[in-house]
Write a protein that binds this ligand. Structure first.
Ligand code: ATP
Length: 589
């Protein structure tokens, strides 16, 4: 496929304001794929990636180097391109402009193919070490020399990591389903993707082996699976009711969720975050523990890594772990901030997937393979006989510095639901009881400029929930409280590349902020209550015609949820449930 073809589709996607139209455009594009490999490349490139994010392979070219390449390819001075970049603020537009007035026009123009662009970008990503900067610049310059202005726009954005067409992985899956059959295929593709979240691989298998191939995709050591998530309740009684009393309860540790893969005869250990990033380098101590204390060589399991004091055994707050998010000196930090691993689920063992096995079987097997000490042990668990025991255990968890409990169904169908939030796991957190409403994890979709001292800075934000059924974001409040000066500086820095002058296609809103923001950043928000509102689109028309739900007195808690992707935010469905519960409490009181 010619790269100009892809560029045309990228331009159409950029101009789209609706998700349905986006899916049609993508379906049309996938129909043009001439081979399974090409379908895979299209899937990656549309998402602005070359490989699945868990590989951690980034393009690794700074803006400065891209500017240098644009200058070389167009024959202008680097300082001139640099100046234009400061004025325009979009590397794509700058590349388009300069390539459009190239000083030298090639006598034998070569048309770029998708393959060539992909392979060159891949080479740029993989070039490292001494002299690599010059090689990267040369490779990118060679692409830009042969590109049209429009192609240059998208190549520059791809290599800068700022393509952001507003397409999500689920949108791609839907387009793939439509391309190879109908919408009904989507759940089957989604199930495979939950176990093997590599969008290019899914596209390739679908094109090569059809649905039969997709159905054969299984969990694989080295490839993270999408995590199972919990619904929430407000009391032990409610949890009892939801599970029919068939339940186990575990401490809900306040640390970082880790998915651990041990394979290659036990020699290789990889650790993935809740968002499936490869965070192995942050936990050299955990790697050693897993090698020594996990009695299996081919295994995938999950747990929570919690900062703690080895002298007293006391847990420390979640924030302590943030210090481990660094590239250098990690051995020292690992000594200064020790962690203990509380393992809570088994996903795969010695060639067998445990996803379809009931919880109790997964737990028993997990307990058998862990040799416990202070640094690694199975999560604290009870099998309560009544709600009184559950209450006691809940208080014990809080006393021990945990957030509350995760309650796990013991029903015969209590499988591991990869990538899904369901009632087989239920969380009962302390803060649900303290205030009328829970904290919510909301996505920033718009920004409003402050006045006076905060003039020129975005200082309040339009926040949205995630509607998982339609894969869109719906607004639920505007928040400007709880941000310290340094928070505003950080927010403005992080939001700058996400600012859009048009509403992103997956955002549903009635309110017009000063600027739109591409959904990416998730913040924890506390509010006094949920009210009906005509200006927000969350649960619009559900409780009353032309009226949605909004948060009253929302406040940023200071907790950035960098561990969550926008699709992990609180869902519209959850807010509807919270509102119903709140109404019940208000009317009962
Ligand atoms: P939260 O913000 O409440 O941690 P979440 O959206 O990250 O929620 P949920 O699935 O809703 O995730 O809640 C379960 C989370 O609790 C897991 O992601 C995990 O990090 C944490 N956790 C702590 N202890 C346990 C445990 N014993 N079993 C399962 N999850 C646990």
């Amino acid at each position: 496929m010619k790269f100009s073809e892809i560029a045309k589709y990228m331009e159409r996607l950029e101009a789209t304001s609706g998700r349905i139209e986006m899916i049609h455009i993508l379906t049309e594009l996938f129909r043009k794929a001439s081979s399974p490999d090409e379908a895979a490349i299209i899937a990656y490139v549309i998402l602005g990636e070359l490989h699945p994010p868990y590989t951690g392979l980034e393009l690794g070219m700074s803006e400065k180097l891209i500017i240098r390449s644009i200058a070389l390819a167009s024959g202008y001075n680097t300082s001139l391109v640099d100046k234009r970049m400061t004025e325009v603020g979009d590397i794509g537009k700058v590349a388009e402009e300069f390539i459009g007035r190239k000083k030298q026009v090639s006598l034998f123009p070569v048309e770029l193919t998708l393959d060539r662009v992909y392979n060159t970008l891949d080479k740029i990503a993989k070039t490292a070490g001494e002299g690599s900067i010059d090689v990267k610049v040369r490779l990118l310059t060679s692409l830009l020399i042969d590109s049209t202005p429009k192609e240059a726009r998208y190549i520059a954005r791809l290599v800068d990591g700022t393509l952001r067409l507003g397409v999500a992985d689920m949108t791609i899956l839907e387009a793939l389903a439509l391309c190879k059959g109908s919408r009904e295929l989507k759940p089957i593709l989604e199930e495979a993707y939950n176990k093997y979240p590599d969008i290019g691989y899914i596209a390739k298998v679908l094109f090569k082996e059809g649905l039969d191939g997709i159905k054969k995709i299984e969990v694989t050591p080295g490839i993270p699976i999408r995590p199972m998530l919990a619904e929430r309740v407000r009391s032990p009684e409610e949890a009892w009711e939801k599970t029919g009393g068939k339940l186990a309860a575990e401490f809900k540790y306040d640390g970082e969720r880790v998915q651990i893969h041990k394979f290659d005869n036990g020699n290789k250990v990889l650790i993935f975050s809740r968002r499936l990033e490869n965070i192995t380098h942050q936990f050299p101590d955990v790697i050693e523990l897993v090698k020594k204390n996990v009695k299996a060589d081919n295994v995938i399991f999950e747990g929570e890594a919690v900062a703690f004091d080895p002298e007293t055994g006391e847990f420390k707050p979640f924030q302590e772990l943030m210090h481990r998010k660094r590239k250098h000196d990690i051995e020292r930090i690992a000594r200064e901030i020790p962690v203990t691993l509380r393992v809570f689920d088994l996903i795969y063992l010695n060639g067998v997937s445990y996803l379809k096995k009931p919880f109790i079987e997964r737990r028993r097997r997990l307990e058998e393979i862990i040799e416990s000490n202070d640094y690694i042990k199975p999560s604290e668990i009870i099998y309560p006989r009544d709600t009184k025991e559950l209450w006691e255990f809940f208080h014990l968890a809080i006393e021990n510095g945990c957030e509350g409990l995760v309650i796990k169904s013991l029903a015969s169908n209590s499988v591991y639901q990869a990538g899904a939030r369901g009632w087989l796991w239920i969380k009962l957190k302390r803060d649900y009881r303290a205030e009328l409403t829970d904290t919510l994890d909301l996505v920033v979709v718009g920004g409003l400029y402050g006045r006076g001292r905060k003039g020129g800075l975005l200082s309040s934000f339009l926040m949205a929930v995630y509607d998982e059924k339609n894969d869109v974001f719906k607004t639920v409040c505007k928040v400007g409280t709880g941000f310290k000066d340094e928070d505003l500086t950080e927010m403005n820095k992080n939001l700058k590349p996400l600012i859009r002058d048009r509403r992103p296609a997956r955002v549903i809103a009635k309110m017009e902020p000063d600027v739109w923001i591409e959904p990416q950043i998730v913040l924890e928000i506390q509010a006094a209550e949920i009210t009906l509102s005509p200006i927000h689109t969350c649960a619009y028309g559900v409780f009353q015609e032309d009226v949605g739900l909004a948060l009253r007195f929302p406040r940023f808690t200071g907790r950035y949820r960098y561990d969550k992707s926008p699709e992990d935010a609180t869902t519209e469905k959850e807010v509807i449930e919270m509102y119903k519960r709140q109404r019940r409490i208000v009317t009962e009181a």
